[in-house]
Design a binder for this molecule. Sequence first.
Ligand SMILES: [Zn+2]
Length: 160
Amino acid sequence: MITWGSRAIIWKLSTPTVVDGPIDCAFKTSEARFRYHVVCPHFGCGLLMDFDHIRWPEKTDPVKIRSRSLGFYECQHCHAHWIDADRDLGVRSGLWREESSGLTLQDHLEQHRPIRVGFHVPAWIPPFVSLSEIASKALEYQLSHNLVNRGVITEEKTAG
Ligand SMILES: [Zn+2]
């Protein structure tokens, strides 16, 4: 989308699939790069969610993960397991922070007045994408590429 005049704004939106592609380069060359920090609903840990902490039970398959909602997120600080509702709570309590300054969106914009800003919105942030959907696709990918299953045995963790 392009607007005109002294207040022109150019939006570049995409799901980048290639490192160093046009969107990835646009994000990397932004004057300010914002990432969304969530708040753990179990112990109030502030954190940046990442793909490596999306989990699923070991010895299951992608269809079961999705149909039985077996995917979850493991808090990298307190190790609590979040279901989608926990993730949604954490996101609602979160905020944007600029990655180099650590400032909130409003504070960074007021102090630095960047012209080019980038926002990274990973798939596990929006409430309309379930953690199980992501876990299911991750396991599908691992199975198709003969990678080690990085799911965890939830029964043992919750029982112990
Ligand atoms: Zn936590």
